[in-house]
Design a binder for this molecule. Structure first.
Ligand code: URA
Length: 191
């Protein structure tokens, strides 16, 4: 078993796929190493690649606002992506890239051991829930896989492109808040 620090160091030197060629920084993920909830996006964009941190660009600002709206502190959750290096021109990761990189995410999940996984967008949902996942049809529905409570909602970047999706994302975030509060209360520990 690795520690998060060891894994981050491995990821920072990873050259298992071609995405490493274009990166300024690998974006490992960040947050509470004991988080009960993990948010999983697709992959770094320009700003994330520059800073080496997830969700710090325009979509990240919206994500922060949504967390604030459900009264969850960004520092109390863990945020990661399916791929750790930025795909050129923000294209979707190809299958080989996601399949290779998701091994790091699996390790992160093993180490952090959260109860809830939130897939932000179709790419995360296809990689985590089901390769045929349809975000419009199946967002907002909880599924249980082993110990994990898993839900998918729209990617914040999709909400920036289409305001009409925001009301659905808000419903999903309220549902996420309710499940998260239940789990925090049941565990009897502070988040
Ligand atoms: N979009 C993602 O999917 N992940 C990030 O970290 C930033 C934008």
């Amino acid at each position: 078993m690795y520690t998060l620090e060891e894994l981050e160091s491995i990821v920072s030197k990873c050259n298992r796929c071609d995405l490493h060629r274009g990166r300024k920084n690998a974006v490992f993920g960040e947050g509470n190493p004991n988080a009960k909830i993990m948010f999983i996006g697709e992959g770094p964009g320009y700003n994330e690649d520059q800073k080496g941190r997830p969700f710090v660009g325009r979509a990240g600002k919206l994500f922060d606002k949504m967390l604030e709206a459900i009264e969850v502190r960004r520092e109390s959750v863990y945020i990661a992506n399916i791929v750790k290096c930025r795909p050129p021109n923000n294209r979707n990761p190809i299958e080989m890239e996601s399949k290779t990189c998701i091994e790091y995410l699996r390790w992160q999940v093993k180490i952090i051991d959260p109860d809830i996984l939130v897939c932000l967008g179709a790419i995360a949902a296809k990689n985590i829930i089901d390769s045929d996942f349809k975000i419009t049809a199946s967002r907002g529905k909880w599924i249980k896989k082993g110990k994990f409570h898993i839900i998918a909602t729209y990617h914040p970047a999709a909400l920036l492109r289409d305001e009409n999706k925001k009301k659905y994302a808000w419903e999903d975030f309220k549902s996420i808040r309710d499940r998260y509060m239940e789990i925090v209360q049941m565990s009897g520990k502070d988040d």
